[in-house]
Write a protein that binds this ligand. Structure first.
Ligand code: CA
Length: 242
């Protein structure tokens, strides 16, 4: 395999979009809109094919995944749940069902956006661009300032970390906010479930772990040296007080 210069790999990574959708007409329409916009779409019809592709060291990682919820072999939610165990590639869910439960489940699983069918391909491409732009902005590393590492902007629903806006899903935001508001305090998983997932009775302790992991990954994108969330084995988590 020829060696690509880093810039070429970067370019590829940031232009390649994986579409996981069993309805060929929808996938083709979206793939067409993506290619006319300069993206390189890849398409698979099964959740398992998507996971195999994403796990494979040979295939380049897509910049983003458009994931249908109703797939023939497993639900898009299951695909996302498994994906989040080894990857934080952004996900936009596609679903025929527009109800609140799905939206919340999707966001809880670490999706970055959510589009209900039928959708306009142009609109979806614009949403993809918006997610990638936010992510790119979050990965630009600035020199660490003397100011506190976190800045909670509750009225905007945003958290800055070393002056960079974090791209957080709803539950990641709520979780990190709990820590920031009480630095140094140890929270058990049960307490975090109570404080963060107030409207989701199906929440499991491993949901808390998955979200802590996702938040850590996003913090690392901004500052690799700092690991402010401490794990207390068998007890829970706390934010290191500054
Ligand atoms: Ca489908």
């Amino acid at each position: 395999m020829p060696t690509l210069p880093n810039t070429a790999i970067f370019y590829f990574m940031h232009r390649s979009i994986l579409i996981v959708e069993d309805e060929i007409a929808i996938a083709e329409t979206l793939a067409y809109a993506l290619s006319t916009d300069g993206f390189t779409p890849h398409h698979v019809t099964l959740g398992q094919s998507a996971l195999d592709l994403l796990r494979s060291a040979q295939s380049p990682k897509p910049a983003l995944i458009v994931l249908d919820v109703g797939l023939p072999d497993m639900s898009g939610f299951d695909v996302c749940r498994r994906l989040r165990q080894f990857s934080d590639t952004p996900v936009i869910f596609l679903t025929a069902r527009g109800d609140e439960i799905d939206r919340i489940v999707g966001l809880e699983l670490g999706a970055d956006d959510y589009v209900t069918k039928p959708f306009s391909p142009r609109e979806l491409v614009a949403r993809i661009r918006a997610v990638l732009r936010r992510l790119q902005a979050a990965t630009v590393v600035l020199p660490a300032a003397a100011a506190p590492r976190f800045e909670l902007r509750a009225d905007e629903g945003r958290i800055l970390y070393y002056d960079q806006g974090l791209l957080l899903t709803r539950y990641e935001y709520l979780l990190l906010r709990v820590f920031i508001e009480r630095p140094g305090q140890l929270f058990s998983r049960a307490q975090l479930m109570e404080l963060v997932w107030t409207n989701a009775p199906e929440t499991l302790e491993r949901t808390v772990d998955a979200h802590v992991k996702a938040v850590r990954a996003k913090l690392r994108l901004i500052n690799e040296e700092d690991d402010p969330i401490q794990t207390h084995r068998g007890m829970g988590y706390s934010l290191v007080a500054e």
